[in-house]
Design a binder for this molecule. Structure first.
Ligand SMILES: Cc1ncc(COP(=O)(O)O)c(C=O)c1O
Length: 360
């Protein structure tokens, strides 16, 4: 506690991102980054932006990028909001749509841990709803009176860190049962195997879908995220953004993201490669005695039947391989492992075989 801090700062529990150490020969499988680089066309577009124009402020509305996103998902440009990474988009959602007098936000007990962090930052009351024993989300938990009274419901689909996905019909049931509740589907990983709820936007004006360029478009370093929903919801977010930072996306980010979303061939090629590597990785992990949850994401969530997860993560680290371990109730025996290239996955499996050989 410092005498200079605002009163509530001492009570904050900041989100802890996966580490980014600078070690040679490091295999980073801890933050769900894409093992393939961004689209070469995105790199070219960003390089072409490196000139005198950088003395000017970027387009505060990111109109060219929003227009392309709108065309890609067949929505109106007024239904698209962009921000500095989907984390910033999420922050504006908690601040601008979820903070309602006498109402709370519902979220699964196991999900992206930034959601409760934003609740604490913006003083949004929230309740966590336990996932079922098998980590599936029970629709009935989100279609009852408590859900109807909530200001918001938020979940990731596929969920993080489990990788498990809901069907469109299940999402539609949740949005339909709670017409006065903002239902946010965080689709950071949707391109790796789930169906996007964007197609439901016509039916539900309370539904907001959040995407990122950090995963399937491999632009985590540029920080670009977006939300799609009814004009009313998007206008709410724009009001918050223009009261916070009018220029969340710099010129390079706007140019790079625009080129990346246009390059559908590269997008399809790389995400399919990751999906294929994931399927092989699941088999290999199972062969080594891991239980692996069904994943629709670019990571797997796995528990070894014998070896302790903390020790496994530490032993992998010794071999310069980082995976994510959350020392949290219910999931403290699981490791979240990002799917890399086939070569990355092989290196991981060789290391694991070596470690497990040693512990057995
Ligand atoms: C479920 C989920 N949502 C959102 C994000 C944030 O992504 P970004 O801020 O890079 O767009 C992440 C990052 O890992 C995530 O796992």
């Amino acid at each position: 506690m410092s005498r200079f801090w605002s009163d509530h700062v001492a009570d904050l529990v900041p989100y802890v991102p996966g580490e980014q150490p600078k070690v040679i020969d490091l295999l980073k499988l801890n933050t769900n980054e894409n093992p393939y680089g961004p689209s070469p066309l995105a790199i070219k577009a960003m390089k072409a932006m490196l000139d005198d124009r950088l003395r000017l402020y970027p387009d505060p509305e990111a109109l060219a990028l929003r227009t392309e996103i709108a065309a890609c998902y067949r929505v109106d440009v007024a239904q698209v909001f962009v921000g500095n990474g989907s984390d910033e988009v999420l922050a504006h959602i908690f601040h601008g749509l979820f903070l309602r007098e006498g109402r709370q936000v519902l979220m699964p007990d196991i999900t992206y841990s930034f959601y409760p962090t934003y609740c604490r930052l913006y003083h949004v009351p929230f309740e966590t709803v336990p996932l079922a024993e098998d980590f599936s989300l029970r629709i009935s938990d989100y279609t009852d009176e408590r859900a109807r009274r909530a200001a918001g419901i938020i979940f990731a689909n596929p969920n993080a860190p489990t990788g498990m996905a809901l069907t469109l019909d299940e999402i539609s049931q949740i949005a339909g049962a709670n017409p006065d509740t903002v239902v946010v589907v965080d689709e950071a990983y949707v391109d790796f195997g789930a169906q996007s709820a964007v197609s439901l936007l016509d039916q539900h004006d309370n539904l907001l879908v959040v995407h990122t360029f950090s995963k399937s478009r491999s632009l985590a370093g540029m920080r670009v995220g977006y939300a799609m929903g009814s004009v009313e919801l998007i206008e709410g977010l724009r009001r918050v953004k223009d009261s916070f930072n009018s220029y969340p996306l710099d010129m390079l980010a706007q140019a790079g993201a625009l080129a990346a979303i246009k390059d559908t061939a590269y997008f399809d090629q790389t995400r399919k490669a990751i999906i294929q590597s994931r399927e092989q990785l699941c088999l290999d992990l199972q062969g080594m005695g891991f239980d692996v949850l069904p994943s629709a994401a670019n990571f797997v969530f796995a528990r070894h039947r014998v070896a302790d997860a903390t020790k496994l993560a530490a032993a992998l680290r010794e071999k310069h391989i980082l995976v994510r371990h959350f020392g949290l109730p219910r999931i403290d025996q699981y490791l979240r492992i990002t799917v890399g290239t086939d070569r990355d996955c092989r290196r991981l499996c060789v290391a694991l075989a070596d470690i497990l050989g040693n512990v057995q």
